[in-house]
Design a protein around this ligand. Structure first.
Ligand SMILES: [Ca+2]
Length: 564
């Protein structure tokens, strides 16, 4: 096990070496903008530092990828998994903004002031704009000499029209292409931005494809960054953050791509879930004793089955298209001789999304809805398919039951991870990505930056796990919209909503959270609830903006008589 102190000591040794090499004192409080890009120390001993490519997708479930039991065709990610390591119990934080804030900073989301979305709720943990008491991966790695690039969705700032302190170039990235906000039309995205300049697909001088599609644009831009980096800065390692909006609603994809999946979901939710469940067991991704959670939708009662099936056809097409793009990024690294020493992470920001966006009610209105897919539609794939995406788990994006927070993590690094095609069953969390990047890069995690004291990182380096060793940690905790959870070893305490009762599960026996043990083990419930509350107060999760305030009973709603 590698302690934080050991990590810091190691980072300190790197720093001292670098300060000498650069002939200038790089202090712990060094501003990244002023840092000098440095090549890896020449001479003896230290192997070259790896490139780091961090790929995040949006609103996808645990079992969507082929290498996680899904039927969607993802040969590129499957190949990375076969040549690398798949984590089976890795976690995000159940929603777009908090996950991005946590992933980028190595803190719990509330510590980065993004406990909820992009609105200021006037509480420390809920300001809706990335805290200056947090540093981003790009700030840390850039200060250590990495060239830093981002392509895709940003979504950690309230300011979507102009840079006011928390746009990518203001948080450590040298180059950026993507959308500042959380969702967009895939054929004509809003808040499209190049570096610090708002653009549109018609005004962008650098990228004018015949048929614009946001997923392709993010992939193409990432490939450009890899190639430009090789041409211009070959001596510095690269940090590339690729944040796809696939497969967040709206369900939109090129018609030809959707056609590939035509008819594949005609049998409805149940058979797809069952097939995924069996594959998950066969692949060893879940234990045979974990029962499949209940199905969310009844296919027999779906009136427009062709429309409902099309939702999933488009979703699959969106994921497939992203996978193709990831293949192009990997190929660019390979062609430049960079792939062997690139540490690539792939993960997802929250579970499958049950939000009923664009899925009209009542039934009469639903009959009028167009088939999803084209530019002029704005439709989510709905609860039934989200439940399929999250097979075998319960719940969805927003909730902190396993369906909301379980994510694949594929790690591929031929020079650094010798476990090929293996599964890693230790739990891990987004907060570990910062600690891992600091570990492998030798970067210094700063105590202060630009006059702000920086909160210590919360995670643990995953490098021991890469080597098959155990990481011992006390607990992992979650909160989103009053949904709460803590995991300590095999035990998970979880609740729905700010007034919800705690449920207790033995994750080793029952990761699908079907047998609540809270009634029979009240001592453990009390103890873990106390531990969660201690975490929540320490991380600015409490006080929270939800009703009721933590620990208070839900006020009864007053009945109001309608006029007339
Ligand atoms: Ca999301």
């Amino acid at each position: 096990m590698r302690s934080r102190d050991t990590l810091r000591a190691r980072a300190g040794r790197w720093l001292a070496r670098w300060a000498i090499l650069l002939g200038s004192a790089i202090g712990l409080a060094h501003a990244p903008a002023a840092a000098t890009a440095a090549s890896a120390p020449s001479g003896k001993a230290e192997p070259p530092r790896p490139n780091i490519v961090l790929i995040l997708s949006d609103d996808m479930g645990f079992s969507d990828l082929g290498c996680y039991g899904g039927e969607i065709e993802t040969p590129q990610l499957d190949r990375l998994a076969a040549g690398g390591l798949r984590f089976t119990e890795f976690y995000n934080t159940a929603r777009c903004c908090p996950t991005r804030a946590s992933l980028l900073t190595g803190l719990y989301p509330h510590q980065a002031a993004v406990g909820h979305m992009m609105e200021d709720k006037r509480l420390d943990g809920y300001r809706g704009d990335l805290s200056r008491q947090a540093v981003t991966l790009a700030e840390v790695l850039h200060a250590a000499g990495y060239a830093t690039y981002a392509a895709g969705k940003w979504h950690v700032t309230r300011s979507v029209k102009q840079p006011t302190g928390n746009w990518p170039l203001e948080r450590g990235f040298e180059r950026y292409y993507g959308i500042i906000t959380g969702s967009a039309n895939y054929f004509r995205p809003n808040t499209l931005t190049r570096d610090n300049a708002p653009i549109t697909i018609d005004t962008d001088p650098e990228y004018r494809p015949k048929d614009y599609y946001l997923t392709d644009a993010i992939s193409d831009q990432a490939v450009r960054y890899v190639n430009e980096h090789r041409q211009r800065k070959a001596t510095a390692p690269l940090f590339l953050y690729v944040a796809y909006t696939a497969a967040h609603w709206p369900m939109q994809a090129p018609a030809g791509q959707i056609a590939k999946y035509r008819g594949r979901y005609d049998a409805g939710y149940g058979p797809v879930r069952q097939a995924r469940y069996e594959r998950l067991k066969r692949l060893g991704l879940i234990r045979p004793g974990w029962k499949l959670s209940p199905q969310a939708g009844d296919w027999d009662r779906v009136e427009r089955k062709d429309w409902e099936a099309r939702c999933m056809e488009v979703y699959a097409a969106m994921v497939d298209r992203m996978d193709q793009g990831i293949g192009r990024i990997v190929e660019a690294l390979r062609a430049g001789g960079q792939l062997d020493n690139t540490l690539l992470f792939y993960l997802q920001d929250n579970g499958g999304c049950a939000e009923e966006v664009g899925r009209a009610k009542p039934k009469e209105a639903k009959k009028q809805l167009p088939m999803p897919g084209p530019e002029d539609t704005w439709i989510a794939y709905g609860r039934g398919w989200a439940n399929v995406s999250n097979t075998p788990f319960r719940e969805y994006k927003h909730w902190v039951h396993e369906g909301g927070i379980a994510t694949p993590l594929v790690v591929h690094w031929p020079a650094g991870v010798k476990r090929r095609g293996e599964l890693e069953h230790q739990p891990g969390h987004l907060i570990d990505v910062m600690a891992t990047c600091v570990d492998v890069s030798g970067a210094a995690y700063p105590a202060q930056l630009n006059g702000h004291a920086i909160r210590p990182m919360e995670g643990w380096s995953l490098v021991p796990a890469f080597q098959g060793k155990t990481i011992s940690r006390e607990a992992l905790c979650w909160e989103h919209e009053g949904n709460r959870a803590i995991r300590v070893g095999r035990w998970k305490l979880v609740a729905k909503g700010p007034a919800g009762k705690w449920e207790l599960y033995d994750v080793d026996q029952d990761r699908t959270e079907l047998h609540d043990l809270a009634g029979s083990d009240s001592d453990r419930v009390r103890s873990m609830a106390g531990q969660w509350e201690g975490w929540a107060r320490r991380t600015s999760t409490l006080p929270w903006p939800w009703n009721p305030p933590y620990g208070e009973p839900l006020a009864k709603k007053k009945k109001t008589k309608k006029a007339g």
